[in-house]
Design a protein around this ligand. Structure first.
Ligand SMILES: CC(C)(COP(=O)(O)OP(=O)(O)OC[C@H]1O[C@@H](n2cnc3c(N)ncnc32)[C@H](O)[C@@H]1OP(=O)(O)O)[C@@H](O)C(=O)NCCC(=O)NCCS
Length: 193
């Protein structure tokens, strides 16, 4: 298939709706976070592969915070949309909502961001179509994705430096007030702040 140079966001927007059956529940009776992550990966793949016109792989997942529990019997809908494209990468936003069909209550459980990369027949990253932004919302999401990418790489760089420069002996005082006990050194147990 010959790929177009650009594709609209709407071309690949995908919604996946799934009933939360008892087999998805944890011992507390709520839906396992892993089930939701798996569904998020599925909808992200569908959306990315449609935009790319190629097989895609998940490279990173950002901003996964489960804000509210999901109950057995609820209908979970996952909405995926391409926010940004690089040369071979696609950044998607995934919004997850859970609906109680009896009461009609809808809750927003989380919004997360996936990075997928398109692969060719020989498993090498391959170019994806550019993105046609058809309204202000799509422009806003594209710009936000650029900021998220920049801040993520800044954070990664700073964190790597912090890890390299971390000296246990010099930073032991930071454990004061934390709920831990260093058993191999003769230190008093920390008191929680
Ligand atoms: C991600 C992967 C394709 C990168 O391969 P690579 O040979 O390093 O390719 P490149 O350096 O050319 O990077 C390709 C794209 O991935 C992006 N990328 C690489 N690592 C990334 C990361 N950690 N976070 C976000 N994007 C990343 C690059 O920015 C580049 O995007 P661009 O082309 O739009 O600029 C490769 O590491 C891979 O296949 N990983 C395994 C993915 C997988 O199997 N996932 C399933 C879960 S197990």
């Amino acid at each position: 298939m010959i790929l177009p140079e650009f594709r609209a966001v709407a071309y690949s927007q995908t919604t996946l709706t799934e009933l939360m059956v008892p087999a998805y529940a944890n011992f507390g009776g709520k839906i396992h976070g892993g089930i939701l992550l798996s569904l998020m990966d599925k909808v992200a793949y569908t959306c990315a592969a449609k935009h790319a016109g190629n097989y895609c792989v998940t490279v990173s997942v950002d901003g996964v915070n489960f804000l509210q529990p999901v109950e057995v019997g609820e209908l979970v809908s996952l909405m995926a949309s391409v926010n940004y494209v690089g040369r071979t990468s696609i950044l998607l936003g995934i919004k997850v909502i859970a609906e109680n069909v009896k009461t009609g209550t809808v809750k927003h459980t989380n919004t997360s961001y996936f990075t997928m990369v398109a692969k060719d027949e020989s498993n090498k990253p391959t170019q994806v179509p550019g993105l046609i932004l058809e309204n202000r919302e799509e422009v806003r999401r594209f710009l936000e994705a650029i900021k998220r990418k920049e801040m993520k790489s800044l954070f990664q760089e700073e964190f790597n430096n912090a890890k390299t420069n971390l000296t246990i002996e010099q930073e032991l005082n930071r454990l004061e007030g934390e709920r831990c006990k260093v058993s191999y050194l003769n230190l008093p147990a920390s008191r929680h702040k």
